[in-house]
Each structure stands twice: as structure tokens, then as C-alpha cells.
Design a protein around this ligand. Structure first.
Ligand SMILES: [Fe+2]
Ligand SMILES: [Fe+2]
Length: 252
């Protein structure tokens, strides 16, 4: 990332968290697959295919981070611990956890595609990985929530709102907190430590380019009663990316 250790650590911290997270989404969806109308079932198949592809590419990306001398295994273990919080709870809780994390992913994805400054100057292939992944995250951003509406169709609106809001707040706080902790851990491996490290990461996330500050108004919509991922229609970003990807020369 432009030789910037802070930006590099942030994206590496996110990437290292993805394979476990995506495996969790896939397992959660499979748990509900037998109980769905055919249209949703077809969308689940597409979702699973997309997440498997993301996982494959991020495992390769994470291996590359390791080959550059960074330890990312503890990040992977941290995600296992975080997701274990849902163990033994009703399967709808896993669905709510997935909605929350997919919504956070879709919010980051929107930022990455809507503002080219985030990835400007990044190594080309790495930037393309993030843009491709971001596009597919936006593409399937409504699906887990559609399944939630179907699975909780007998719940009261209050119960649905309360569960989703609470889980979203708790899990997003935990996930974001762990991303910060792990980015600081990666920066420490570069010799950037202490208050200086915290200040630099804080500035990167909240001030300049300030992805978290920019996505907060959009992310917080998950806390509103009647939240729907596609109430915020950013489908144009998918069309723009596909147009650009198809026009790009094929390189091998
Ligand atoms: Fe994904
Ligand atoms: Fe996803």
C-alpha cells in the first residue's frame, strides 16, 4: 500500500480475518438452506460459491503476507474465538451475527469502490482483489437479511429489531476492536509501537482517509427498525466495476 505501513497493516488485518468469517457465513446459510423458497435457495447457492472463491483468494493473499515475514496466525485464532461466542445459541443468532458482519463488509466495500483514493497507488493485483471482493459483497449484501426475514417470520417486529440491533452492536464492536488490535500487532512487527502506533492508526481510520468516519452514517442504519440492506441502493458500483473489468485487457 504505497509503502505505508499503517494502511498495509489495516488491509492485512482485515484479510487475515476473512477465511474464518466467510466459512462461518457459509455454515450458517447451509443451516437454513432446506427451509427456503426456491428463489432464495438459488441465491444461497450463488452466495456460497462467491464466498468460497473469496476465501480461496484471501488464503493466497494471507500466505503472501506470511511470506513477507508477518505472523497472521494469531489473527485467525482470534476470529475463531470471536465466533465461538455464538456457540450453543439458537441458529437465528448465527444469522444475526452474519448479517452484522456482512453489513460491515458491505459498508467497507462501498467505501472502497465509491472512493478510488483508498486503493490509489496500491500494488495492482492486490487492489484488484479488494475491488472484486467488494463488488461481490455489495452484490449479495441483501441475502442473509432476506433469509433472516424468512426464518423469523413468526417473530414480533420488536423481537426481531431488538435481537438484530443488540447482536450487531456487540459483534461489530468486537470485530472492529479485534481488527484494530491485530493491525497494531502487525505494525508492531514493523517496529511501530506504543502511543505513536495507536495515533497513526486512529488518524488513518477516522481522519485521513478516514474510512470509519465516512462509513459510520451508512453502517448505523442497521440499528433502525425496518432496516433493509438495499434501502441504500449502490448497485451502480457493481455495474461500474463489471464494465471496467470487462474492458480491461486480459493479462496472464
Ligand atoms: Fe466475501
Ligand atoms: Fe459476503
Amino acid at each position: 500500500m504505497n509503502g505505508d505501513p499503517v494502511a498495509t497493516a489495516w488491509y492485512n488485518s482485515v484479510s487475515a480475518s476473512l477465511p474464518r468469517g466467510e466459512a462461518f457465513f457459509i455454515d450458517t446459510m447451509k443451516n437454513f438452506r432446506d427451509d427456503l423458497p426456491p428463489a432464495l435457495e438459488a441465491e444461497v447457492r450463488n452466495f456460497v460459491r462467491q464466498e468460497i472463491n473469496h476465501t480461496r483468494e484471501h488464503i493466497a493473499f494471507n500466505r503472501m503476507i506470511g511470506e513477507h515475514g508477518y505472523d497472521v496466525e494469531s489473527i485467525d485464532r482470534g476470529i475463531i474465538d470471536m465466533l465461538a461466542l455464538a456457540d450453543g445459541r439458537p441458529r437465528e443468532v448465527n444469522l444475526a451475527v452474519s448479517i452484522a458482519l456482512e453489513h460491515f463488509a458491505a459498508s467497507i466495500s462501498h467505501e472502497l469502490l465509491a472512493d478510488p483514493r483508498y486503493l490509489a497507488g496500491a500494488e495492482h493485483e492486490a487492489a484488484e482483489l479488494w475491488r472484486w471482493h467488494a463488488t461481490e459483497e455489495i452484490e449479495h449484501k441483501g441475502l442473509v437479511h432476506d433469509i433472516w426475514l424468512h426464518a423469523t417470520r413468526d417473530w414480533s417486529a420488536w423481537n426481531r429489531w431488538k435481537t438484530l440491533s443488540l447482536v450487531s452492536l456487540l459483534i461489530t464492536r468486537k470485530y472492529f476492536g479485534n481488527r484494530v488490535r491485530d493491525a497494531l500487532g502487525l505494525m508492531a512487527q514493523d517496529g511501530i509501537t506504543g502511543l505513536r502506533a495507536k495515533w497513526r492508526l486512529y488518524r488513518f481510520l477516522w481522519a485521513s482517509p478516514g474510512m470509519m468516519r465516512r462509513l459510520l452514517p451508512h453502517w448505523s442504519k442497521i440499528l433502525l427498525p425496518g432496516f433493509r440492506p438495499w434501502s441504500f441502493d449502490n448497485g451502480h458500483l457493481i455495474r461500474e466495476y463489471r464494465g471496467h473489468a470487462e474492458a480491461a485487457p486480459v493479462t496472464t
